[in-house]
Write a protein that binds this ligand. Sequence first.
Ligand SMILES: *Cc1c(COP(=O)(O)O)cnc(C)c1O
Length: 527
Amino acid sequence: MSTMNTVGRPTTPNRVESKPATLTGGRGLLQNEALIFEGDGWGKTGVDLPQPATDGSDLGDLVRRDPIGLPGLSEPETMRHYVRLSQKNHAIDLAIYPLGSCTMKHNPRLNEKMARLPGFSDIHPLQPQSTVQGALQLMDSLSHWLTTLTGMPAVALSPKAGAHGELCGLMAIRAAHRAAGNGLRSDTPRNKVLVPTSAHGTNPATAAFVGYTVVEIAQTDDGRVDLADLEAKLGDDVAAIMVTNPNTCGLFERDILEISRLTHEAGAYFYCDGANFNAIVGRVRPGDLGVDAMHINLHKTFSTPHGGGGPGAGPVVLSEALAPFAPAPWVVNTGDGFQLVEREEDEAEQAFGRLCAFQGQMGMYVRALSYMMSHGADGLRQVAEDAVLNANYIKARLSDVMSAAFPEGPCMHEALFDDEWLKGTDITTLDFAKAMIDEGFHPMTMYFPLVVHGAMLIEPTETESKAELDRFIHAMRALAEAAKAGDVDRFKGAPFHAPMKRLDETRAARQPVLRWTAPDGSNMAAE
Ligand SMILES: *Cc1c(COP(=O)(O)O)cnc(C)c1O
């Protein structure tokens, strides 16, 4: 494989310790970067502003007398600080990001251009609706495509993430049960939500937050919902089931129609976790499967940025039965304009109210619609097909050196391995993941789903070319062979080449140091 020599296993051990340390701590044009507080920004400011002409201030006693306590940097210093920090991190603009249960390894630049159009970026939620008709039209179009692609009649756009969408869906379900007289506080309470063992942690957390008791549904040996166990647990005390499809093992729930039939027969609602919608978009409409509510993580299926916890959007589509319980606001096309229904007196009588202030994340709506329109219906369908094809390629190419968690049959958009193949090597999934960093690859999702021992969940998505997948596979195979050959050192101390070496992750989680404090006696304060 001569084309792969860039990631081939080095012929001599390539350890940092075997090289002379640099005198400055920098490495190959990458300088060390201290915290912004540790630089020499104290006692200066980045800009010179003239003294204000007025004397005195309306603030009276509130006027600051002490130094503000922030470093001041010039524009180039500020820029370099943040660019250098960014170089210590991985980004989807650098290479494959094989995390499973995450999707979107690409944020098209077209989306960014559209989101910055003044008619979308320079508007305020309190502007008169007549002045933001274009933005409302965009929300209407997005709603149209989300309901069309899912085959569901209604959508609530405002939830800010998948987990928030779950909250929205379960609150609508609770409102529907209450309206029917069998809510949580009635004499015949439906107080349980059934959740499969492989579910994402947000599912049981959401159900508990809304006031339900979570009951686990068992999983079959081939990674699907155990129908017999579901049937045994369904009853008139169950409010809803929460099932992910394709599920977190990267598998399609073959019995999905039977699951929804049994659920409805028991008088419960079917909440589908739609985090993996990207694997079936354009091919399967969840509405046709009997789903009552499903969130769509726009950052997982429609290319909006994951944003490090920043503004996100997780719209929820709702069935006929749940539509009357959708939260405000929603957009109505009145024929001669668009109207955002947001006042209580306009709301459906049984709606559970508002989920958040204003209308949700406009910038995400623009990016998602931009992605949909640039792909078209055929393009979105191809996204799903290519995402599944790529995952199956990885599964097929790695299954002889690693152990697939569910070897039988094809997977959907994620290839899932367990740590069976590492048995006897003294190397763990975590060690293996750290060694991947040294080879230039961000690790896959580890130890999730919990039902698979030492899980390694790989989701390439449709955006990776065959050449990139081959480079990734080559590195994985080389590492797997090194692990089996007993090259334990390569794994135990890894990463050797990253800016941060092996961290004590437990301690970081248990004793986080989130605030910088000036060393004693230092005079780090600026006017
Ligand atoms: C990502 C994910 C969630 C939570 O979505 P957020 O947008 O991160 O809140 C829920 N369920 C599954 C299966 C997921 O992959």
